[in-house]
Ligand binder design. Sequence first.
Ligand SMILES: [Fe+2]
Ligand SMILES: [Fe+2]
Length: 188
Amino acid sequence: MLRETIPQDWLPSVKEHLPEILVDHAHLERKAATSSINLEKYRVLYPHVEELNAIAIEELQHFQLLLALLKRRGIPFGQPYPSLWITGLMRSVRSGIQHQAIDHLLCCALIEGRSCEKFQLLAQGLRDTDPELATFYASLVESEGNHYATYLLMARGIDHPEADRRLDFYLDLDASLIRQPRLHHTLH
Ligand SMILES: [Fe+2]
Ligand SMILES: [Fe+2]
């Protein structure tokens, strides 16, 4: 479904800066947990509150796994850095309760989807140099893929044609944003 592949230089640059990437990834899981809880503010998503809580719990567990990994590797948990890709997506969330809920869900779906794709690349790309990390990334792929699908289904559950119209917009936006160089050593 995605309209642009991850730039060729992404994996080599990530592999060169693994400590920074792992700290960024820890923050990403923390933010994924809070995003899931933030979605519970939309009345239209009240029927999904337990499902959203379950995602938040899973993301917090991922966060804990990252913190344990950092500790094992003697990497201090540091400050988060912004991602132009994520802020670019989130900046285009429209106002108006229903529109905002759909856009917010689609942004979350794309973040989960791209994470899933990048974790697959890391699982393959680290197999020879860092098998522990390769296995770790492989273990997260299914979960993030499920989150992507869940958020997309929730958006379509609100208004299917509108969600698909906006998905078309976000896929174009993602394709243009992903070509931008990253400012910091971040996953996205
Ligand atoms: Fe996660
Ligand atoms: Fe996730």
